[in-house]
Design a protein around this ligand. Structure first.
Ligand code: NG6
Ligand code: CA
Length: 508
């Protein structure tokens, strides 16, 4: 009896398993969503609208960026959310205008995490949909919650706002601490050589760029005269962590290697990778393999180096057999600058190159070149290649990706422009508020409006027009992309309309 009972129960269990199993699998088949694509954001630092061949550069060669641009949708009217780094990156990842957060400014290396751990971010949204998420490269969104101990695991940071994996530099290449941080831990740190960082005062006996010019291989022009690392004077003071300090000339290779490894480890997907290259931000330190290739000095060489990295990265996707199932967004955090604080021949060797293209201004500026940047969406076989004049912003990436993966997690500032990004529609944004060093301006239709701001018309150190004026400025970009003819006086109705929209969005 016991035996037949046993057999019978096994039979029942098998039957149940079979029935439910079948039901399960048939249910799955019915609702099986199309395989979600891998998503990569390739984000440059200070790359200008005119720095890319596909955007009209003739003096510099960027074949790999061009490959993305020509094989995808190349946006002529794509914007970063800010003319500087931290606010742009904040907006990119959170889908929130940076001016809504008063702390969204260029951050020192000791700044606390700018993104709230409760805030929605692209990686969080994607994680919920089954993505593995990672960031490799420049972070510059703050770490910790004040008084970071760099010798312990540093948190909160990227791993607390949605990234499963992070391999980052804390702030910028010109700011201390000059070390890589992997999942919150300084890479290569030795216990008996702890790191200390201070942005107010130097550590006793430590050389500085200001007092020890004889130790420098790169000279500072403005700022950048605190601690010296690898012969390069930085912003901020740092002591210790000798073995952990990065070698600037190897940075591009290091980030590329980590990005490749990440892809190889997660190729079964879906994965999200935010690959944030450090070029061509200062200090420009191309590896010796690239020195002299552009004929424009370190700035041009760094762009050539970055282009090579992008080529290698795409090659990795290809050889892993996942390029066709990977959506790539390529853009830059803000517009170009030549002399950003070091003597590095960027001005002297520029020749006929125009990093800003036909636009006015540059990094830090409310004029177009501050925020209008190369902006490309590439997805082989899925995105319809072409050129789009639709107005799009990096802030729209969050809601558009949410739409792509079937998530309801969208934000109000971030518009779902998935069809536009996929090259299926030209209906971009109607309006957009731009930010530059805590000032804001409006783009609407073909028009740009900059309200009056105090402050110098030009930042003489970097030689860039900032957009400040005691008068309203109004430009018709359809006929005047270089913003030469202020129409505020002759077109008061348009000005009025622009000011009203601006106030409405800004809530002022
Ligand atoms: C500025 C730095 C500049 C650069 C910038 C941040 C000085 C004088 N200038 O304060 O060199 O580091 O900050 O650039 O210190 S960003 O692309 O990260 O926003
Ligand atoms: Ca930048």
């Amino acid at each position: 009896i016991t035996k037949s009972y046993k057999v019978f129960s096994i039979f029942i269990v098998l039957l149940a398993l079979g029935v439910f199993g079948c039901q399960n699998s048939s249910k799955k088949e019915q609702n099986e969503p199309e395989k979600l694509p891998n998503i990569v954001i390739i984000y440059m630092d200070d790359l200008g609208y005119g720095d890319v061949g596909a955007y009209g550069a003739t003096e510099i060669h960027t074949p790999n960026m061009d490959k993305l641009a020509n094989g995808g949708v190349r946006f002529t009217t794509g914007y970063a959310s800010s003319a500087t780094c931290s606010p742009s990156r904040y907006a990119l990842l959170t889908g929130q205008y940076p001016w809504r957060n008063e702390n969204a400014k260029i951050l020192p290396g000791t700044a606390p995490l700018l993104i709230g751990t409760e805030q929605l971010t692209i990686p969080k949204m994607l994680k919920e949909k089954g993505y593995y998420t990672g960031v490799v490269g420049k972070w510059h969104l703050g770490l910790g919650s004040g008084n970071v101990d760099w010798n312990e695991t540093i948190a909160p940071g990227p791993n607390q706002v949605g990234f499963d994996y992070s391999y980052i530099m804390a702030a910028t290449q010109d700011r201390v601490p000059t070390v890589y941080i992997e999942d919150g831990n300084v890479v290569g740190l030795e216990e008996d050589d702890p790191i200390q960082v201070n942005y107010q005062k130097n550590f006793e006996g430590e050389p500085t760029g200001k007092d020890n010019p004889e130790l420098l291989k790169m000279k500072w022009h403005h700022g950048h005269n605190n601690s010296i690392v690898n012969g390069i004077p930085r912003i901020g003071f740092m002591k210790g962590g000798e073995k952990a300090k990065w070698i600037d000339e190897d940075m591009a290779d290091t980030f590329l290697e980590k990005a490749k490894q990440y892809v190889q480890q997660h190729k079964d997907g879906p994965f999200f990778l935010y690959y944030a290259l450090q070029q061509p931000h200062v200090p420009r330190t191309p590896n010796e393999r690239f020195v002299g290739l552009s004929g424009m000095g370190p700035r041009g060489d760094a762009i050539v180096e970055a282009d090579w990295c992008i080529g290698e990265f795409i090659q990795t996707l290809q050889s892993e057999g996942i390029l066709d199932n990977t959506l790539i967004i390529f853009s830059s955090d803000n517009g170009p600058v030549l002399n950003d604080g070091y003597y590095d021949d960027a001005v002297e060797k520029l020749g006929n190159h125009t990093p800003w293209g036909p636009l006015r201004g540059g990094k830090y500026s409310l004029f177009e070149a501050g925020t209008r940047v190369p902006f490309v969406v590439y997805w082989n076989g899925k995105v319809t290649p072409g050129v789009s004049d639709a107005m799009v912003s990096q802030i729209d990436i969050l809601s558009s990706l949410a739409e792509l993966v079937g998530s309801d997690n969208k934000t109000e500032d971030s518009k779902n422009l998935l069809d536009v990004f996929m090259g299926k529609s030209e209906e971009g944004r109607e309006e957009l508020v731009l930010e530059a060093t805590s000032r804001t301006a409006l783009r609407k239709g073909n028009w740009a409006m900059i309200p009056p701001y105090e402050g110098p018309a030009k930042n003489n150190s970097v030689n860039i027009e900032l957009g400040n004026s005691s008068e309203f400025q109004l430009y018709d970009l359809s006929s005047d992309i270089g913003e030469q003819k202020n129409q505020a006086k002759e077109n008061p109705e348009k000005l009025q309309e622009m000011v009203e929209t601006f106030k409405q969005i800004r809530g002022a």
